[in-house]
Design a protein around this ligand. Sequence first.
Ligand SMILES: Cc1ncc(COP(=O)(O)O)c(C=O)c1O
Length: 383
Amino acid sequence: MITSRRGFLRSLGGCAAAGLARRCPLEGVSRAALLEPSRFNKDDGLIHLDSNENPYAPSTKVADAIRSSLGNANRYPRMEYKSLVERIAGFHSVKPERVLLGCGSTEILRVAAFAFVGNGKQLIQATPTFEAIEHYARAAGSEVISVRLTPAFAHDLDGMLAGATASTTLVYICNPNNPTATLTPRKELEAFIGKLPASSFVVIDEAYHEYAGQSGMYASFIDHPLDDERVIVTRTFSQVYGLAGLRLGYAVASPKLVQQMQKFATEDNINEVVTQAAAVALDDTEGVDNFVQRNTDDRQEFFNEAMAHALKPIDSHANFVMMNSFHPAVEVVQHFRDSNILIGRPFPAMDTYIRISLGLPEEMRAFWQAWDVLPYPKHLSHH
Ligand SMILES: Cc1ncc(COP(=O)(O)O)c(C=O)c1O
């Protein structure tokens, strides 16, 4: 049993020492370089494969920006708010009036719910999907209609359309979808949005955008916008940029919708440190490319390992993987917890599936070790 993360990492050598016959995903990267960012990681004795964070980050440049910003912690970040909005607007080649910052993209989801649904109104979403907007829509008094993903784990857009009425004022599309890491084809989304009632605003959550970039099925609604002022796109610094702990997300939408949502946002909802970190992170394309490449390698390694275990995870377009454990997920999650490994929460709509965020190679080896001692049958041949 692994009793502390630091001890665990110490106990492991490089890939070769761990006896892996397959290609080490980080061959050529020195162990020191690999572990360097971990001085920022929590040392709570747990392996965190539960929240889709970037396990390597923040990058060195971003970490330096964080450190140098600390001296301004006594100031409200008001000037910085404006310059960060301009910086993000510049990054996406849109007008600053189209950008709204949030305390994580979770705040954007909250303000979208409070601005666009309420008593007598409806939110339509997929299930399973990221649940924050559902919680806030319910808190705002709205009805929530959840439509099962298709057998290919895409949004069932026809089903969602069939559920839409004149009181459907908000539609949530998470693409790539959390928890399945799957894509809904861009062309189908365009046709779907065109057919929605005029009353419906559409939130497209692109939290995992950077990991989806390679697929022909995918195109961001920020980079390739529709001529439709009902679309609100959300992004976050929590994933590829490695800044989940600093809380910054944003929306790109029409100036009118930005204003409507802004009314519900917390005053001074961002912090001095993250304004500096985010500005550097946006410039650090090398850092982002590096993290995306590492994720690609780590994801490939996960699939290799899964195949060796006769498992077939759902094809992943993100930094996490969902797979059928053929056993109640609640118990599987607890089994991992007993080994000091946190994996994703159970998603009731897929109650034998588990979601695993990709961690450091060492952490993933611990995952598979714990998998191997699950006390029940656990692969395809049993079904
Ligand atoms: C799809 C999706 N949207 C939004 C969020 C919220 O991220 P944050 O509030 O950290 O930006 C998450 C976090 O896991 C997510 O998976």
